[in-house]
Design a protein around this ligand. Structure first.
Ligand code: XUL
Length: 541
């Protein structure tokens, strides 16, 4: 009898569920609910609410809850045998926090199958909206926590990352400082991942080490809450946080609500949810050092598996727990598809037209350089968004299209150099990986082959694969990650893109030039205009 595993990904713009079978580990069904198209009554801008200055970014936890109910309803309408699903896990955009009052536990313990989740969960929140990873409004709190923890290096050594505006600790501190009454009324603080996991469990779910590392509250080495970090963040915080757990531990069985309402088996096992990046690590099959993936999603991320803890003491990157029980390195660039879409919208282009321009324009963009901070940027840190153009203006379609893609690829190359080992192959995932012209620029800038896998929903797939492994072990079959990954049909390469033969030196020079421009616009460095002209002369005149 075929068994199935369900992986759910609650991302910034949509909630996706994919079900794999236990034989070929291939995808049997995939359903996606797009928040702004399918749940328009929440009136979000692509899944979020952005303040006028762009710094505060929230989402509505009830929208995620409604998307979850909708997902199961659609699976049922499609007659998928949900009772054959043996285990469920999930993935969520990282760092976002959900604030719950004292009604939370008894409500999720007692869900009535006759009513929707939204109708029953309306009264459990002590804060209506959740700050999400796109928020960059907590610089003051970041500074305060970093100072209390002894400065940059000791903060990184303790928590795996510098304090970052979007990380949960600084966000919690801001809430405590600005709305202390509501903070006091908060009985539980969850990450988005552990909040959704709690609904499925009908109980308070722990936070896994992958997502827990994105809070500035967890000791990265010991994988435990750190009292100093907690005290530096907000009073009485420890009692509001759930426990931490390994991401491969089975938490228990699914809550009766889902059994009765959607016909899941009461024996369906639940694994902790994790962040989208730790899930994607497995969902692209990265279980060896020196393998690298780039996810071109709402944000662009560069990530790799780490056998032993290695920290970036410059503070630009993060270390999270990996679902294997080890670690992963991650760099997050916020102006990912958001900035690509801004250029596409500016010139009213279709993606086809956008790609054609990439195909027709020359590597190096005729010596033109763009620094595209349409939104506040995480790496490099830019709090006041602004787009810089050197050698062209805002009306030049071709220069803007190639400019944005080259800038993003150059920035990823530049800021991933701390990881030392240059990748021999890059796995591309996320929505942007469907565009082979963008991938060609990436291959050229890194001078490295790019591999695209059959399935680009790496976060949801990773969650489903975590279920497959944990369930096999639960029934007594030891299973290595490498066997699981080798067997998984969805992880077979679909497209290979090779770097062009004559762009290696050009992009090496351009990476250095790009670095000088970053230094010029962000750190008052010298104006590299003369060097840009020399670059132009060398390659284009
Ligand atoms: C990672 C990060 C984003 C979010 C949204 O640190 O902020 O990748 O997880 O995808």
């Amino acid at each position: 009898m075929t068994n199935y595993f369900l992986g759910i990904d609650c991302s910034t713009q949509s909630l996706t569920g994919i079900i794999i079978d236990d034989e070929s580990l291939s995808i049997q069904i995939k359903i996606s609910i797009n928040y702004y198209k399918d749940l328009p009554h929440y009136q979000t801008q692509k899944g979020v609410y952005i303040s006028e200055d762009g710094k505060q970014v929230f989402s509505n936890p009830l929208m995620w809850v409604e998307a979850l109910d909708t997902l199961f309803t659609i699976f049922q309408e499609k007659s998928f045998p949900l009772n054959k699903i043996k285990a469920i896990s999930g993935s969520a955009q990282q760092h976002g926090t959900v604030y719950l009052n004292k009604n939370f536990l008894k409500t999720v313990n007692n869900l009535q199958p006759g009513g929707s989740l939204v109708s029953q969960l309306k009264k459990i929140f002590s804060r209506e909206l959740s700050p999400v990873w796109m928020d960059s409004s907590t610089s003051k709190q970041c500074k305060e926590i970093r100072k209390a923890l002894g400065g940059l290096k000791s903060t990184i050594k303790l928590t795996g990352s510098n304090t970052f505006e979007r990380f949960s600790g600084p966000q919690i501190r801001k809430f405590y400082q600005e709305d202390s009454q509501k903070y006091q009324n908060t009985a539980y603080i969850h990450l988005i991942s552990s909040f959704l996991s709690s609904l499925l469990l009908g109980n308070n779910s722990p936070i896994d080490h992958g997502d827990g590392a994105g809070m500035n509250l967890m000791d990265i080495e010991k994988k435990r809450w750190n009292d100093n970090a907690i005290d530096a963040t907000a009073p009485n915080l420890k009692q509001k946080l759930p426990n931490l757990t390994e991401s491969f531990k089975i938490l228990g069985n699914i809550s009766p609500y889902f059994v009765e309402r959607y016909d899941f088996s009461s024996e369906t096992k639940l694994l902790p949810w994790s962040g989208d990046n730790p899930n994607s690590l497995i969902g692209v099959g990265l279980i060896n050092p020196n393998q690298v993936a780039i996810s071109l999603g709402t944000s662009d991320t560069y990530f790799s598996y780490m056998e032993k803890l290695t920290l970036d003491l410059s503070g630009a990157s993060h270390v999270f727990g990996a679902p294997t029980g080890d670690y992963m390195g991650l760099i997050c660039f916020k102006n990912g598809s958001l900035a690509r879409e801004a250029i596409k919208a500016l010139f009213h282009l279709t993606w086809n037209e956008f790609s054609n321009i990439l195909k027709q324009t020359s590597p190096g963009n005729n010596g033109r350089i763009m620094l595209p901070y349409f939104y506040p940027e995480i790496v490099p840190l830019v709090l006041e968004p602004r787009v810089y153009r050197f050698g062209f203006d805002a009306n030049h379609i071709q220069a803007n299209v190639r400019g944005i893609i080259e800038a993003q690829c150059l920035s990823i190359r530049l800021h991933s150099q701390w990881l030392k080992s240059a990748p021999t192959e890059i796995i591309a995932t996320g929505g942007g990986s469907e565009n082979s012209e963008i991938l060609q620029v990436l291959a050229d800038v890194f001078n490295t082959p790019i591999k695209v896998l059959k399935v680009s929903d790496s976060a949801a797939l990773g969650a489903a694969l975590r279920c497959a492994k944990a369930y096999q072990e639960y029934i007594g079959n030891e299973m290595e990650w490498s066997d699981l990954i080798a067997r998984c049909d969805a992880l077979q390469p679909d497209v290979n893109i090779f770097p062009s033969i004559n762009t290696k030196q050009l992009y090496e020079d351009m990476t250095q030039l790009y670095q000088l421009y970053e230094n010029f616009v962000l750190n008052n460095g010298d104006n590299p205009e003369i060097i840009r002209h020399k670059f132009k002369e060398k390659y284009f005149e």
